[in-house]
Design a protein around this ligand. Structure first.
Ligand code: HEM
Ligand code: HEM
Length: 137
């Protein structure tokens, strides 16, 4: 099921902001003046993205799942997002340093990989749409 335009815009805007602020934060030197602002923007985008992802779960993932369309790459997208959200939680609340360092590394790797994972999901999804008859969905 296609994601309706307002939701698609919100999803892309928040995920792009998350990617840009996270990647630039990582690329800058420790102690760089822009780092705290980037992380605050990242946190704001993270909260808004959860709003979008909740709607995507109910409106897009559930409907596509029951139509058996693009299931495997959809599950991979959902799992990557679950890893990102769980490690983000650990970044806030893990007291132990080794656990926090691990969460930081896993979060970064999953975050840098997300655009590619999403791109594969979208192209496979579009291809599966073309394979359908118009009155099939
Ligand atoms: C889209 C790709 C993403 C990238 C490249 C990315 C990257 C990063 C990086 C580099 C950090 C700093 C890690 C550290 O402090 O050691 C971070 C922190 C964080 N990220 Fe992400 N992230 C992404 C997506 C997400 C998502 C989807 C969420 C949650 C919905 C999220 C929530 C957070 C939170 C809450 C923090 C902690 C902020 C703080 O310490 O103030 N990120 N992220
Ligand atoms: C079990 C989970 C999922 C399934 C079965 C699924 C299935 C699909 C299908 C069939 C399409 C092609 C839609 C069309 O154009 O006809 C698609 C596209 C798309 N999916 Fe998913 N998806 C899942 C999870 C997700 C999640 C969690 C996200 C959130 C990031 C997501 C984001 C997108 C986007 C952005 C598109 C392309 C834009 C659009 O269709 O409007 N999907 N997906």
């Amino acid at each position: 099921m296609r994601i309706e335009p307002w939701l698609r815009r919100l999803l892309y805007a928040t995920l792009a902001t998350l990617f840009a602020t996270g990647a630039v934060w990582w690329w800058l030197d420790e102690g760089a003046a822009a780092r705290p602002t980037l992380l605050a923007l990242h946190g704001l985008a993270a909260m808004l993205s959860l709003l979008a992802l909740g709607a995507v779960a109910v409106l897009h993932a559930r409907a596509s799942w029951s139509r058996r369309r693009n299931r495997s790459s959809g599950v991979i997208v959902a799992c990557s997002l679950a890893v990102l959200v769980t490690t983000a939680f650990a970044l806030y609340y893990a007291g132990q340093e080794t656990l926090r360092d691990l969460a930081s590394l896993v979060h970064l790797v999953a975050g840098l990989a997300l655009p590619l994972i999403l791109l594969v999901h979208i192209s496979l999804g579009i291809r599966s749409r073309r394979a359908l008859d118009d009155d099939d969905w």
